[in-house]
Design a protein around this ligand. Structure first.
Ligand SMILES: Cc1cc2nc3c(=O)[nH]c(=O)nc-3n(C[C@H](O)[C@H](O)[C@H](O)COP(=O)(O)OP(=O)(O)OC[C@H]3O[C@@H](n4cnc5c(N)ncnc54)[C@H](O)[C@@H]3O)c2cc1C
Length: 377
């Protein structure tokens, strides 16, 4: 007698939806992905040239501790895809204002035995000629970090999922879900499955109204620039660089591995509509440019290539919300500024939950990087 294959609908085809489809398919589920746009979708939070992956996490120490497991699940994905979309170039932090970031970061790196080095500022001046060293308090160079390549990952996931029989349906805007029945309504068509998982990124509160006001869409600007020729060599060998100033953090992705140089900030705007236009305002650009000028030499000499506005959602404490929804549903709201690096791991844990390997309280606590006692009623 053949055992009936369990079925699952995944709503949303960003990195969370695609990784969830992958992790469920690996556990034997027959999966259908319903994506409102294209696959991949350039309007999603996930679509870009690069994302940072790292163990250095400041006050979010719980998330730092998930990183070894996160790297391990990415390795499983690379093995299934037959290609590794991660450049382990390290990350260096240039601290002008330490709002209690350094101490928990170093503690977590020590605990996980991740290599790092506190670099004397005089040495940093020579080795990092792009950095403005005036006012610098500390420099730390870390291992266990680098760039993920989202556009390549999403493309390869789409190809892989299609090859292993996942049903990928584009242009499928889900108007409503019934998590008790495991159904999703797209126009006049009703899709039904044993399980339904909602992974709709910055649009999550449309299908999970309880999240309204808790997971807030935040419009963030990123700038792609061409560095001045005199800094080209330094940038071609550079790690991911993060500066931490009084006005907040700024990150830069070096122009390596065929990707453009990118700069963005870590200050949450907590405003905007992900369905709105993606043209950054002069103010959006100014916010990033000001921090860039504070931390980097010759900042005016970087030529603009593109500026774009993107969205993620933020929660008050930056924790991911992953919870059950009715009898057959779950949702993942990890669309925070640090969500990409943990996508494969969180999706794997959700699939483990649906396969009966852990319970809902364990899943929620794990993804929020909290002790279980804090979430189990
Ligand atoms: C500028 C920027 C920089 C970032 N930097 C980093 C970083 O360096 N490191 C890091 O780890 N993370 C980073 N992140 C965060 C990370 O990219 C996100 O957490 C992650 O991509 C969220 O993925 P997602 O799948 O939840 O959302 P999305 O990628 O937005 O996917 C959601 C999908 O759901 C679809 N959808 C929505 N509603 C419906 C519906 N009703 N029916 C059907 N489909 C629907 C959408 O079309 C979309 O394709 C950054 C994010 C941004 C925006």
């Amino acid at each position: 007698m053949s055992v009936q294959q369990e079925t699952a609908i995944v709503v949303g085809g960003g990195i969370y939806g695609l990784c969830t489809a992958w992790a469920l398919a690996r556990r034997g589920f027959q999966v259908t992905v319903l994506e409102a746009g294209s696959l991949p979708n350039p309007r999603g939070s996930s679509h870009d040239e690069h994302r940072i992956i790292r163990h250095a996490y400041g006050k979010l120490e719980g998330y730092a501790r998930l990183m070894p497991a996160a790297f391990a699940v990415w390795d499983t994905l690379w093995s299934d895809l037959g290609v590794r979309h991660l450049a382990p170039i390290g990350a260096s932090y240039f601290v002008r204002h330490d709002d209690n970031w350094m101490e928990p970061t170093i503690r977590a790196l020590d605990e996980m035995a991740i290599g790092y080095r506190l670099t004397p500022i005089d040495e940093a001046r020579t080795r990092f000629p792009m950095i403005e060293t005036e006012g610098l308090q500390a420099v730390v160079e870390t291992e266990g970090a680098g760039m993920l390549f989202p556009a390549r990952i999403l493309n390869d996931l789409v190809v892989h999922l299609s090859a292993i029989g996942v049903d990928l349906i584009t242009g499928a805007q889900v108007d409503a879900i019934d998590p008790e029945r495991g159904t999703a309504l797209v126009g006049g068509t009703l899709y039904a499955a044993d399980r339904i998982v909602v992974c709709t990124g910055p649009w999550i509160d449309r299908l999970v109204p309880d999240l309204r006001g808790k997971a807030v869409p935040s419009r963030q600007a990123v700038l792609y620039l061409a560095p001045p020729p005199e800094l080209a060599k330094a940038w071609s060998e550079a790690p991911v660089i993060v500066t931490r100033g009084r006005e907040g953090g700024l990150y830069t992705m070096p122009p390596r591995y065929g990707m453009r140089f990118k700069v963005g900030d870590h200050r949450f705007s907590r405003e905007g509509d992900p369905d709105g236009d993606r043209v950054p305002t002069a103010l959006d650009i100014e916010r990033v440019r000001t921090l860039f000028a504070e931390g980097f030499r010759l900042s005016d000499e970087y030529r603009p290539l593109e500026a774009k506005a993107c969205y993620y959602t933020v929660t008050e404490d930056e924790a991911f919300i992953v919870r059950p929804l009715g009898a057959r549903g779950h949702f993942i709201s990890a669309c925070s500024g640090h969500g990409f690096k943990l996508a494969a791991l969180v999706a794997d844990r959700l699939a483990a939950r649906l396969a009966g390997e852990l319970d809902d309280a364990e899943l929620t606590a794990y993804c929020a990087a909290r002790p279980l006692a804090e979430v189990r009623p």
